[in-house]
Design a protein around this ligand. Structure first.
Ligand SMILES: Cc1ncc(COP(=O)(O)O)c(C=O)c1O
Length: 343
């Protein structure tokens, strides 16, 4: 009844965070301001949920496109950028899907679901990517689709601009530059968009994780092909209305992202002062660290009611932990807990 390779998989596990300081999933720690909540509530109260949602979402796409000085035809909306990754896997030419490793786990997982061969190109011990090696492997494996998470999750770092540019110009397949962490990064890659390069964005990290809204930005011709594998009504009415309201108040989220970036820099400096603890540069809303015993550190923080992510699944992530940047108070609690272990 069910494919054996599906039976062999585990369902995506989300740990229970009730009562914990939740710093495991790269969410924005700041809740919506009260005034914005009230505006949102008024608009949502008028939602026509007895009707299917607006299927084409012209207005919403136009609002998002305008933020980038682009046309609405260049925007494809997904139920989270995860859903767009799935659309890309379905629509791209047959052939392997390639991505650096370690990187975002959904690339490999979705490839498995639809039986697309997956090729991982290992980063070096500093989590850097070698463009020559990447290009050699994708050509050898005849990859037709590749994902570059820029900045990368779970390592947090940016690969050098010339590495990304080389891959964008020399890879013959469809290249997806996944900019989930763009609000916290010093550069983006929208200028690289062309007939075989797309950029992926999400509103999850900026503060709307519960809405599930992501988008692809690309040439209109490519977007219209991908739109053919978008499930009808994939963005529900409540999300569409909420996004419309929140986009009109985007300064609130920009300001929160700035605060998160400042806290990230403070945390970087504080963590760098710990002996026995290695930090990696981050252009995201999290910091990846390496400790002598990640299991012990994870358990200690949990005892202090702080939930972070213990990384695994790749040799380069041995004893690594990923800590989402929280509010200043939450970050202080992380530092306190780590001090008990490392000072
Ligand atoms: C690199 C990267 N891409 C995409 C996503 C998925 O984001 P969304 O919430 O839009 O599905 C994540 C989430 O962690 C991510 O780290």
């Amino acid at each position: 009844m069910i494919r054996n390779d599906i039976r062999a998989l585990d369902a995506y596990h989300v740990p229970d965070a009730s009562g914990l300081i939740k710093l495991d999933a790269m969410e924005n720690p700041y809740p919506l301001p009260d005034t914005l909540r009230r505006t949102l509530a008024e608009r949502l109260a008028n939602a026509d949920i007895h009707r299917y949602p607006d299927a084409a979402m012209e207005n919403l796409r136009e609002k998002i496109a305008a933020r980038h000085g682009l046309a609405p035809e260049q925007i494809l909306l997904g139920n989270g950028s995860d859903e767009i990754i799935q659309m890309l896997m379905i629509a791209a030419d047959q052939g392997a899907c390639a991505a650096p490793a370690p990187s975002f786990v959904m690339y490999e997982l979705i490839a498995k679901w639809i039986r697309r061969p997956f090729t991982a190109i290992s980063l070096d011990e500093h989590f850097n990517l070698d463009a020559d090696r990447f290009l050699q492997v994708v050509s050898r494996e005849k990859a037709s689709l590749a994902f570059l998470a820029c900045p990368n999750n779970p390592t947090g770092n940016f690969w050098a601009a010339d590495v990304v540019e080389r891959i964008a110009s020399d890879f013959g397949g469809l290249l997806v530059i996944d900019e989930a962490y763009a609000p916290f990064a010093d550069r983006d890659h929208l200028h690289l968009i062309n007939e075989h390069v797309l950029v992926l964005r999400t509103f999850s990290k900026i503060g709307w994780a519960g809405l599930r809204l992501g988008y692809a930005v690309g040439q209109a011709s490519l977007i219209s092909e991908l739109n053919k594998v978008r499930l009808p009504y994939n963005i529900n009415t409540l999300t569409q209305i909420a996004a419309d309201v929140l986009l009109d108040h985007f300064h609130v989220f920009d300001e929160q992202a700035t605060r998160i970036r400042c806290e990230r820099e403070r945390m970087q400096r504080a963590l760098a002062a710990f002996p026995d603890l290695q930090t990696y540069p981050s252009q995201t809303n999290f910091i990846t660290i390496r400790v002598p015993d990640a299991g012990q550190a994870f358990a200690h923080l949990l005892k202090k009611r702080i939930l972070i992510k213990q990384l695994g699944g790749h040799a380069l992530l041995e004893n690594c932990l990923r800590i989402t940047i929280g509010t200043p108070e939450q970050n202080d609690q992380v530092l306190e807990a780590l001090k008990e272990l490392f000072k």
